[in-house]
Design a binder for this molecule. Structure first.
Ligand SMILES: NC(=O)c1ccc[n+]([C@@H]2O[C@H](COP(=O)([O-])OP(=O)(O)OC[C@H]3O[C@@H](n4cnc5c(N)ncnc54)[C@H](O)[C@@H]3O)[C@@H](O)[C@H]2O)c1
Length: 313
């Protein structure tokens, strides 16, 4: 298969690119390196530096007989989306509109989209299924949900779209220098330095943490199908973990004692209190199940972080 991966220099995108290459697929990466790393681009791979927030970006896209586009490029920090809502809309939703129309023009029929659990907003009951009403609480969530709708319309015109609503993805390669994005990587980065962990919001909040290689398994399953029965699927572990339990799990992964210092701070109004995924549709249609327990995944991530960190010293 010939696949375009936008955001292929980022955390999840680079795992997907490596998997595609290891299975013999041809990959072109599109990225503007705003949060992605040049070191994530495998040697010898076509990588085109394009900013998808620019209105005429499709003129810079490569021509060729591509089988699919995996669209992961995005500004994905909720806090930043509140500071720059217009940019968020351009980089996340308008980019998706233009890219999907370009695919239709080019005769590319398969489109996978990196959507998010933030589309749901606050929900009363978990597990949350794809069919509940989405009321996003951040500009980021609005742009992700808008993208899903724009893709639904492209679907009417013939694009085979699958939007994967990922929950809290974690694992090796996550940016430990970014303290605005990713609960696991943020907490881990403080513990790595042996300093107090500031925790914003209640310790009883809960999330659905899913290991990055499990997520890539699902993307590959979706890619192997020319279309999926549904347009939207949850990608999560299928169970909730409180912030308190996540911190304990991380302490175990570091072999720290359970009284490691934590400082509780007031939360943000746009934060979701708690939700976890109903993955029954994903399990059934994609024949996918996450394989990695939170303890195992965190141990792998801590091992990676400790090696990476000591290499940088
Ligand atoms: N990490 C998670 O837990 C999670 C959960 C749900 C959804 N997602 C979505 O998955 C995707 C990948 O997330 P990630 O965690 O790997 O983030 P990331 O920031 O590591 O990757 C995003 C990539 O997109 C690139 N990019 C950003 N804006 C761009 C632009 N305007 N033009 C071109 N490239 C641009 C960045 O340079 C980076 O390489 C995003 O769409 C994100 O919203 C992530």
């Amino acid at each position: 298969m010939k696949v375009i991966v936008t955001g292929g220099a980022g955390f999840i995108g680079s795992h997907l690119v490596r998997r595609l290459l290891s299975l013999g697929h041809e990959v072109v990466i599109i990225d503007n390196f705003s949060s992605g790393k040049r070191g994530n681009v495998p040697l010898g791979i076509d990588c085109i530096e394009i900013d998808l927030s620019i209105a005429d970006f499709t003129t810079q896209l490569p021509h060729g007989n591509y089988d699919a586009v995996c669209h992961l490029a995005a500004q994905s920090a909720g806090a930043l989306s509140a500071e720059k809502p217009l940019y968020d809309l351009q980089a996340n939703a308008i980019s998706t509109l233009l890219l999907s129309r370009w695919c239709l023009d080019q005769g590319i029929s398969r489109f996978l989209y990196a959507s998010s659990m933030v589309t749901y907003g606050n929900v009363d009951n978990s597990p949350v299924s794809e069919d509940v009403l989405c009321v996003p609480r951040s500009y980021y969530g609005v742009s992700k949900l808008t993208s899903e709708h724009l893709l639904r319309l492209a679907g009417v015109d013939g694009l085979n779209v699958t939007s994967l609503r990922m929950f809290s993805v974690y694992g090796p390669g996550q940016d430990l220098g970014n303290v605005k994005q990713g609960m696991v990587s943020i907490f881990l980065s403080y513990m790595l330095r042996g300093v107090e962990v500031p925790v914003t919001g209640s310790l009883e909040r809960f999330r659905d943490f899913v290991y990055v290689e499990d997520v890539v398994d699902a993307w590959m399953k979706a890619l192997s199908l020319s279309r999926t029965p549904r347009e939207v699927y949850n990608l999560g572990s299928g169970y909730g973990t409180t912030v308190r339990d996540l911190l304990s799990s991380l302490m175990r992964a570091f072999s720290f004692s359970s009284d490691y210092p934590i400082c509780e701070l007031e939360g943000n109004t746009s934060d979701q209190f708690g939700l976890y995924a109903d993955i029954s549709n994903t399990t059934m249609d994609l024949e996918w199940e996450p394989q990695t327990s939170l303890d195992d995944g965190l141990r792998l991530m801590v091992d990676w972080a400790q090696t990476h960190y000591s290499k940088q010293d």
